[in-house]
Ligand binder design. Structure first.
Ligand SMILES: Cc1cc2nc3c(=O)[nH]c(=O)nc-3n(C[C@H](O)[C@H](O)[C@H](O)COP(=O)(O)O)c2cc1C
Length: 194
């Protein structure tokens, strides 16, 4: 694990939170092992503890942990997203395997009201809480912007998301089957204003 800059001498001096922040990676290959319901509940509870503008808590969580359904949704989303490949955050749409959810046993879609101007920011904070909670529980994760394309699939109706709501993001969770290197971070984007 590489430390960018902490002013802390070594890893042992890091808090558990900071350790989780550095440990979290976007993992794109998962073992088939399922995730205990208590872990799912912990992850969602951590999401709900995120701050939100005027404490609106605009998020709703749609939990999918049926592997057959996840695979089917992944195929439908890949087909819907193919016209929008410019959104590919490291996604290889040409790969034949599960190209959207990477074989993960758990996908959580997060929706919010279309009319809430802060909801994307709120949901972003909620999503990061969930991924850090997962890290601290020994799980891996990956935010899936492509999850939004679930709205364009045939099977979207089974989720019963009200038409006043939109899917902001999906997150996959599971026990990773590879350990990706940290992606580089930009170092020239901090400005002290005097
Ligand atoms: C809003 C958002 C959407 C993302 N969408 C996808 C996605 O659809 N597929 C994917 O494989 N990764 C996706 N990612 C993961 C990013 O590619 C990843 O966070 C970035 O490369 C940095 O790597 P790291 O998360 O390991 O630090 C997304 C990340 C964010 C924040």
């Amino acid at each position: 694990m590489r430390i960018l800059s902490l002013g802390l001498k070594n890893l042992t001096a890091m808090t558990e939170t900071i350790t989780s922040i550095y440990k979290r990676r976007s993992v794109r290959k998962y073992k088939p092992a399922t995730i205990a319901t208590t872990y799912i509940e912990e992850i969602i509870a951590a999401g709900k503890m995120a701050p939100s503008a005027i404490n609106a808590q605009p998020w709703k969580f749609y939990v999918m942990n049926d592997q057959t359904l996840i695979t089917k949704m992944s195929e439908e989303i890949a087909a819907a997203a193919e016209q929008h490949a410019y959104l590919s955050h490291g996604v290889h749409l040409s790969q034949p395997a599960d190209r959207i959810f990477f074989g993960s046993p758990l996908v959580i879609f997060i929706s919010a009201p279309k009319t809430n101007e802060w909801s994307r920011l709120d949901v972003g904070m909620c999503a990061q809480n969930m991924m850090l909670a997962a890290t601290s529980l020994g799980l891996d994760s990956c935010p899936i912007g492509f999850g939004k394309f679930v709205e364009r699939t045939k099977s979207y109706s089974i989720m019963n998301v009200p038409s006043s709501e939109e899917i902001i993001i999906a997150i996959v969770f599971g026990y990773g089957d590879h350990a990706p290197q940290m992606e580089s971070r930009l170092m020239n984007n901090v400005f002290y204003v005097k």
